[in-house]
Design a protein around this ligand. Structure first.
Ligand code: ADP
Length: 296
């Protein structure tokens, strides 16, 4: 299983260039797509699930062409959009059964088994007779995940997966995807939350303004910020000055001032000690390098 993206562009009717010549290869396993709001993540996701046509460029999924083999690709995809909502009055299990039937699962018996199994996996079995649009926020999100997984997709795309989930549900959700990712599937997690791109993602990309600011492993991503994260003990007035010139990622009040963390190649005029970077530091580091584009 592989996704190959070549020179992909999307320009909306109003002239907005949401995706700007992206080149990317995505292999099996969990892939994290990170980027701030407006970076172009949803646009890219919608093209990958063939809900929207690219303006130019070529995408293949497992060798199938996104445009020519649209039907085939649709049958391989499970998609949880960011704004997934229920408008139906169906019960939870009826809704899943409906989605399964739409995805081509014809046998009633097979569907019933698949629906029960999926309800168990996302922890909604006890709520199977509840009306879907009356479930709590977190439960709706889980039902969204269930509908994306019901037809055993080989390409799973989840937009902003942990929005509306409490910490326990987040962990449960990540574990569920991580179990699935051991099979021959690609799971793409699109998120603006740095913490969602955990060690479970083998590869990742950082999207900024429709271009790729980074692609590679999360570990390498963090490594590239090594030697760039400084801890400085500053007085109140120094802090104000530093804040004007450098991205301050954290500040803790201490006696006579502040202990602050700054991401920069070098800091002039202030004494700082280098500290180990985190994923969040790396995010800030790459986002600050606005001119940098990578395309191979
Ligand atoms: P993200 O998912 O990373 O928040 P989006 O893909 O939603 O980013 O949006 C990327 C850019 O394209 C944003 O500037 C957004 O305002 C713009 N955009 C999104 N959808 C449309 C649309 N239908 N028409 C015009 N511009 C759009």
């Amino acid at each position: 299983m592989e996704i190959s993206i070549e020179n992909l562009c999307k320009i909306y009717d109003n002239g907005k260039k949401a995706i700007d010549h992206i080149n990317l290869k995505i292999d099996e396993g969990m892939f994290g797509l990170l980027g701030p709001n407006g970076a172009g993540k949803s646009t890219l996701m919608r093209m990958l699930v063939s809900l929207m046509k690219p303006t130019s460029g070529k995408v293949t999924v497992d060798g199938y062409d996104l445009i020519k083999d649209r039907k085939k690709i649709r049958s391989m995809v499970g998609y949880l959009p960011q704004d997934f909502r229920f408008f139906s009055q169906l019960k939870t299990y009826e809704f899943l059964d409906y989605v399964a039937r739409l995805s081509g699962m014809k046998s009633r018996g097979k569907r019933a088994d698949a629906v029960s199994k999926m309800l168990e996996e996302v922890g909604l079995f006890d709520a199977r007779d509840r009306q879907a649009n009356r479930l709590s926020g977190g439960m709706k999100r889980r039902l969204g995940i269930a509908q994306a997984l019901i037809n055993n997709p080989r390409l799973i795309i989840v937009d902003e997966p942990t929005t509306g989930l409490d910490p326990e549900e987040r962990i449960r959700f990540r574990n569920l995807l991580s179990t699935i990712s051991t099979q021959d599937v690609i799971i793409i997690l699109s998120t603006h939350i740095v913490g969602d791109i955990s060690s479970t993602c083998r590869d990742m990309a950082l999207l900024n303004n429709g271009t790729l600011a980074y692609k590679g492993s999360p570990d390498d991503f963090v490594s590239q910020a090594r030697g760039k994260v400084w801890m400085i003990k500053a007085t109140e007035s120094d802090y104000m000055k530093i804040n004007e010139y450098y991205p301050v990622v954290s500040n803790i009040p201490v006696e006579n001032g502040w202990e602050i963390q700054v991401v920069a190649d070098e800091i002039k005029g202030y004494k700082g000690v280098l500290i180990e970077p985190s994923l969040e530091h790396a995010y800030v580091y790459f986002m600050e390098k606005k001119d940098q584009k990578i395309n191979q």
